[in-house]
Design a protein around this ligand. Structure first.
Ligand code: ZN
Length: 523
């Protein structure tokens, strides 16, 4: 009986395969200069969330030249029956696990990483090793539960040729020569973090401490050829860290290393060990916004983390907006508005051809690195701040962070915290900005009326109607200005707006408070 047999198999799988919560990883990794192969030993401590007779971890399997081979899995020195294919490492437990139990497994493996650990040459031709795990590329080189919702503490013990310095998450425990040519470097991160932000880097580095001494050690790890420029450029990190601490909460880690690297991204926010693209070192601090973005991620993304990449804006939108806020306090309101205007232009351009909402369940995670997650996410926070006020916004951000630090949240969790903190009802706001695609498209016409008023006719041309406050800037002939506000919700609406005198000009959204596409003209 085919159908019944399938159901039986399905049930077995359900009972057998574990729901797991990894508590701790210890990775011992050997790097060398003779080949791009690595040798790894992983100790993975798993808490079972259900009874189980087998465990499944992610590890890219070997295909042609590249990928990993897990050649044995052990529990308390006993070899377990395991299989490693189709990027899944599956092993059978000799003694089934009970829900709530914690057990540690050893996985011995080797191979040439297909991705995730980039072994190449830097801009000076020097050999370098840089992990680059986002979004789920960690399992190219470490066996893990490669999911942002499963956080664990981690140790990296890296054996590498002696000429390299090795950086990783957490604090340095030991750096020791093991023979004439090799050394072992041991880093330990006690705070649970997602695999996407676990990292190692090995290269010739010049390391400079760049902090003011008030907070955790902040360092610049740059190529020796760039040591002076890099120390100068990355020293900005200390001030940014101070800004974020003041706005949000104390920095959640024990150090902040800023590393010049070969990440495929402009920057990658690896927990307390940020990797920046190698061209970010210029000697003229041209990457300040990038530093602010990656440092903001230490709170948003790394500590309060999205439950899944569907809610990536909780990471990228926050990092983008906090960059603008940092730039606002440092360079003033004009630079803040200019950033928002640039972001708005990018969103308008992007949504013309991309019909997904910000909360996007696509499984092509690289596709999520787009203007929805970053610039529109940032704009949502900006409009939220304008809706609930500066103080309500600040309190909500702190409350959200404090509630979800060390764990994971989704968009509804964030909405609930803001509503509880401020008393505001935000269903419409969240629905229209985050769960439906696009931006409002407005066509506004105005004409002078008798009795010191103008008539304002507003057409919403987007497919769905928005409810929003629209600010109108009225500029008089003597150069004076005022701002009036109308609340729009219909496809076509008309308003009488009082004015002091015949306006010389009427402009939309003079203070850059609304994400919209549109124009105003005189009738
Ligand atoms: Zn980011």
């Amino acid at each position: 009986m085919k159908a019944g047999f399938s159901v039986f198999l399905f049930l077995c799988t359900l009972i057998g395969q574990a729901q797991i919560d990894v508590q701790h990883y210890r990775f011992e990794i050997e790097l060398n200069d003779q080949s791009d192969g690595i040798v790894g030993k992983a100790l993975v401590t798993i808490k079972f969330l259900s009874d189980a007779s087998e465990v499944r971890l992610d590890l890219v399997s070997q295909e042609d030249e590249d990928g990993m081979t897990a050649y044995q899995v052990l529990e308390q020195r006993q070899r377990l029956v395991s299989s490693h294919k189709d990027n899944v490492l599956l092993f059978q437990l000799t003694k089934p696990a009970k829900k709530g139990e914690e057990r540690t497994f050893e996985i011995d493996y080797m191979g040439k990483p297909k991705d995730g650990l980039i072994i190449s040459r830097n801009q000076y031709g020097d050999r370098t090793f840089f992990a680059d795990n986002w979004p789920n590329r960690a399992h190219n080189w470490i066996p893990c539960n490669d999911n942002p919702a499963d956080k664990a503490s981690v140790e990296f013990v890296v054996t590498a040729p002696s000429q390299y310095k090795v950086i990783s998450n957490g604090l340095l425990v030991e750096e020791k020569a093991i023979d004439a040519n090799r050394k072992r470097t041991y880093w330990k991160e006690d705070t649970p973090i997602s695999t996407k932000v676990m990292v190692i880097g090995a290269a010739r580095f010049a390391v400079t401490r760049v902090d003011s001494g008030y907070r955790v050690p902040v360092t610049a790890w740059v190529y020796p050829q760039d040591s002076a420029k890099g120390a100068y450029d990355y020293a900005l990190a200390d001030d940014i860290l101070g800004y974020m601490e003041k706005y949000v909460a104390p920095y959640p880690y024990k150090k902040l290393a800023n590393v010049q690297s070969k990440t495929i991204f402009g920057g990658m926010e690896n927990a307390n060990t940020i990797f920046y693209a190698e061209n970010t070192v210029t000697g003229n601090r041209s990457s300040e916004a990038l530093l602010a973005h990656e440092i903001a991620h230490q709170w948003f993304g790394n500590t309060a983390t999205e439950k899944s990449f569907t809610h990536l804006w909780l990471s990228e939108g926050f990092a983008t907006y906090f960059t603008s806020l940092y730039m606002e306090q440092k360079y003033g309101e004009d630079s803040f508005q200019k950033r928002l205007q640039d972001d708005r232009r990018q969103v308008i351009q992007f949504v013309r051809t991309f019909n997904h909402p910000v909360v996007d369940s696509t499984t092509d995670y690289m596709d999520l690195l787009n203007a929805n997650s970053y610039q529109k996410g940032s704009w949502v926070l900006h409009m939220l701040r304008r809706t609930i006020g500066d103080e309500g916004f600040r309190k909500s951000i702190k409350a959200y962070y404090n509630q979800y630090k060390g764990s994971n949240a989704d968009t509804r969790d964030f909405q609930r915290v803001v509503e509880e903190t401020t008393g505001a009802k935000l269903d419409t706001f969240f629905r229209q900005w985050l769960y439906q695609p696009g931006v409002p498209k407005l066509d506004v016409r105005w004409r002078q009326q008798p009795n010191k008023a103008i008539e304002l006719n507003v057409l919403q041309q987007s497919k769905v109607l928005y409810q929003l406050p629209l600010e109108i800037g009225i500029v008089y002939k003597d150069g004076s200005k005022e701002v009036q506000r109308v609340n729009i919700s219909k496809a076509a609406e008309s308003f009488q707006v009082p004015v002091k005198d015949m306006p010389a000009k009427v402009i939309l959204d003079p203070n850059t408070n609304l994400l919209f596409d549109g124009k105003i003209s005189e009738l």
